[in-house]
Design a binder for this molecule. Structure first.
Ligand code: NAP
Length: 232
């Protein structure tokens, strides 16, 4: 079996924190040439400063990357801005980063993959499978990630492109994203953390790397995962 990690050029968005930071560490330790994208600077791999809300910034980053074997669309923002109470700024940011940038980075990466095809792994969420009582707009962005993953797979196959498209849908993961998601509801976060025993970023990174390692004729669809303490 060919090594699908060692020496491969793997682009990771959202590299500066949480799941992205765990991915950078694990992929680098397994010999990948990792290119991390984020606004905040990082060490431990090549880094390009990118604002995923900005088209020119994304274009410039992928021009600089030049060629790659895989893209992990991991960056994401979660505000619990409800539909009923509004919040255009929060909705715009979530839509731009979680959906528009994921689609645009995929478009840009497909043009940089080798002729035999590359690999894209999109980080969705359990909120892409069911709508939680708060955070419904965030859930809509993650439902969209599943739709875009499937659309891209169909479009690529229609063009005879063998690039594989997969997604991972974690439940709660212990990262700084939750501090923003639970802003103003800190007591609920403490209680959720106590009762649920969150996944770690490393556990999610492991699953993403397992997908990258599947044989070339296997295309994983969506991997949903949550800690055993998380019921819904
Ligand atoms: N934590 C959870 O419970 C959970 C559960 C299910 C799914 N997820 C998903 O997992 C993914 C990773 O989340 P995480 O929990 O690891 O969150 P995190 O620790 O908050 O990291 C988010 C990353 O996204 C990047 N990012 C945000 N806005 C950006 C922008 N405008 N331009 C460039 N980069 C931007 C951040 O980088 P900069 O700020 O440096 O730009 C950061 O590296 C997200 O897609 C999230 O929806 C998380």
């Amino acid at each position: 079996m060919t090594d699908q990690i060692k020496g491969k050029r793997i682009v990771v968005t959202g590299a500066s924190s949480g799941i992205g930071a765990a991915l950078i560490e694990q992929l680098s330790s397994q010999g990948a040439h990792v290119i991390g994208l984020s606004r905040r600077a990082i060490t431990g791999c090549d880094h390009i400063t990118v604002d995923l809300k900005d088209e020119d910034s994304m274009k410039a980053a992928f021009t600089q990357i030049g060629s790659c074997d895989a893209l992990i669309n991991n960056a994401g923002v979660a505000h619990s801005a409800k539909v009923v109470s509004g919040g255009l700024a929060a909705w715009d940011e979530m839509w731009q980063v979680n959906v528009r940038a994921l689609a645009y980075c995929s478009h840009l990466a497909v043009g940089l993959f080798p002729p035999q095809g590359g690999q894209i792994v999109n980080v969705s969420s359990m909120s892409g499978h069911r709508v939680p009582p708060s955070g419904g707009f965030y859930a809509s962005t993650k439902f969209a990630v599943r739709a875009i993953s499937e659309a891209l797979r169909l479009e690529l196959r229609g063009e005879g492109d063998l690039t594989r498209v997969s997604s991972v849908s974690p439940g709660f993961v212990d990262t700084p994203l939750l501090d923003i998601y639970f802003a103003g509801r800190e007591d609920e976060l403490i209680e959720t953390r106590r009762s649920v025993d969150f996944l770690t970023p490393e556990e999610v990174a492991d699953q993403i790397i397992n997908i990258l390692k599947t044989p070339l004729n296997v295309e994983v669809g969506d991997v949903s995962m949550r800690s055993v303490g998380q019921v819904v």
